[in-house]
Design a binder for this molecule. Structure first.
Ligand code: BGC
Length: 509
């Protein structure tokens, strides 16, 4: 039985070739990740450029000019500066609700196009900014783009991918995020050397390149069969399915999608439907994946790496350099995930990374606690390198686990009837907690000092226990068969599925 419905598919994976069309579509769609990554990476470097601070945040600039006034841990603690970084996430979390309707009613492809347009407009505002208001408006428009893109792209990828490489193709999104962060770091490194005060403008303006790529890419890609069928375009959906799978007989998969979309069609209120008992396991996992992903503390490093490295006593140049190193580690380790996620599985990656992240963060906390005091910093060369290595080890383990899987698992575990709404709750939660960390980190660093890394490692412990008991393995399970093959078999979540047969709309098995 497929997905708990009355269509027999014989179980297992569906026949599918890995066609050029599927690969090209995924590469284009995933380019939206570049934009998200670029936005994440660019703010840290820009906010440590003196010209930028002088123009928009003169108070922080003053503080920086008079060293010794403030604790090592508090130099950059300024709400306005944090708002510059975090306004994007606030906008994104609000946009995601509209994006949920757009992915459902207009499709995944159209939603990606809308995201691309937001990105182009936001970039223009940012690059042309001559006051703080323009700067923040630009970040807000970019945030709307992130809300739409992060809603549509993971769904797109998980739906068009053949089951056996779904994890790898979905992680292309995260790979692009990491490339975007790295490129942003490199560009910041270059533009920070410009002495004519245009560095930050160029950094912000170059976001136009990935923005344009997503806009053009989304015009070219096909929409997903699942989305076309859900919107009543059965023939078009079947035709696309044949093209992306590269085979003529797609009937088993087609019938399964038709059935899933028939159930989806009976849903009146998508958000209330999410609360139905049978959708609660995927909802809880979808939300917790995001909370945990952010409470690894990754963005404390990603946004503020240059700032953090300066706190550690590296000079301005060396700190951007270290940020580039963490950026590179982030990209390469994401490739590791792409290679093994469909073989080793999701759980193995999460569990290994839990241990590695925990140890690395404890290490950073101890070294910093001993050596970096409020006004003295005795972190010599050797220990400085040790901290960079520990941070790289943390970033690497994040990059093959919670980074990509935070996006993959929610996009593949919701039933079609709950997928758009579920993904939007996942994106909302991710953005909310990204916002909280972005807004709070510099203040937390100022108050908790090195203890902040103990705080994050405690969270890593909790999420690893959560993984042990509650995150099911979803590798190699066709996307519309999660109910039968994952949830109904899980030691804990199966009790939520009892009602499925009783409550399922008429005509279901
Ligand atoms: C997270 C971002 C993070 C990035 C780092 C993404 O999966 O959602 O918040 O900055 O990974 O690579």
């Amino acid at each position: 039985m497929a997905g708990g419905f009355g269509v027999s598919t014989g179980g297992g994976d569906f026949e599918a070739k890995i066609t050029p069309l599927v690969i090209i579509s995924c590469i284009m769609a995933a380019s939206g990740g570049l934009m998200f990554g670029y936005d994440i990476g660019i703010s840290g470097g820009v906010t440590s450029m003196p010209d930028f601070l002088k123009k928009f945040f003169p108070v922080v600039y003053q503080k920086q000019q008079s060293p010794g006034l403030d604790s090592n841990y508090c130099k950059y603690d300024n709400q306005g500066l944090q708002l510059f970084t975090s306004s994007l996430y606030l906008a994104a979390l609000m946009a995601t609700f509209v994006a949920s309707y757009s992915t459902k009613m207009l499709g995944r492809k159209m939603t990606m196009l809308i995201a691309g347009i937001f990105f182009c407009v936001g970039t223009v505002f940012n690059a042309a900014a001559h006051n703080l208001a323009m700067l923040i408006i630009g970040r807000i428009v970019l945030g709307c783009g992130v809300g739409f893109a992060n809603q549509a792209i993971p769904l797109f990828l998980s739906e068009v991918a053949p089951t056996r490489i779904r994890g790898a193709l979905n992680i292309l999104f995260q790979l692009n995020i990491t490339i975007g962060i790295l490129v942003a770091n490199l560009i910041n490194y270059g533009t920070s050397k410009l002495t004519d005060g245009t560095g930050w403008r160029i950094s912000l303006g170059l976001a136009g390149v990935p923005a344009f790529m997503l806009t053009v890419g989304s015009l070219i890609v096909v929409d997903t069969p699942n989305s076309l069928i859900q919107r009543g375009q059965l023939e078009a959906g079947k035709a696309v399915l044949k093209r992306i799978r590269g085979i003529d007989n797609v009937d088993p998969e087609y019938l399964e999608i038709v059935e899933a979309s028939r159930v989806a069609g009976e849903v009146k209120n998508p958000f209330r439907n999410l609360l139905k008992r049978r959708n609660q396991p995927s909802l809880i996992i979808g939300i917790m994946m995001q909370v945990f992903q952010q409470f690894t503390g990754i963005n404390a490093i990603m946004f503020y790496a240059p700032v953090l490295f300066q706190t550690l006593g590296f000079k301005s140049d060396a700190s951007l350099y270290s940020a580039v190193i963490t950026g590179l580690v982030n990209v390469l380790s994401t490739v590791v995930s792409i290679v093994i996620v469909d073989k080793a599985g999701r759980r193995m990656l999460l569990l290994e990374a839990g241990v590695q992240m925990f140890l690395s963060q404890m290490g950073v906390a101890v070294v910093m606690g001993l050596k970096v005091k409020d006004t003295t910093n005795t972190l010599g060369h050797g220990l400085g390198i040790l901290v960079v290595i520990l941070i790289c080890s943390f970033v690497a383990s994040f990059a093959w686990s919670w980074g990509p899987l935070g996006w993959l698992i929610p996009s593949e575990t919701f039933a079609l009837e709950a997928r758009s709404a579920g993904q939007s709750i996942a994106v909302f939660t991710n953005m909310l907690f990204t916002f909280i960390i972005a807004q709070a980190f510099l203040s937390m660093l100022c108050k908790m000092k090195s203890g902040i890394f103990f705080f994050f490692s405690a969270w890593v412990l909790v999420m690893t226990l959560f993984t042990v008991f509650l995150i099911p393995e979803t590798k190699n399970v066709p996307i519309e068969e999660m109910n039968d093959r994952v949830w109904k078999k899980h030691w804990f979540w199966k009790r939520f599925m009892d009602e499925w047969d009783m409550e399922a709309p008429k005509g279901h098995a």
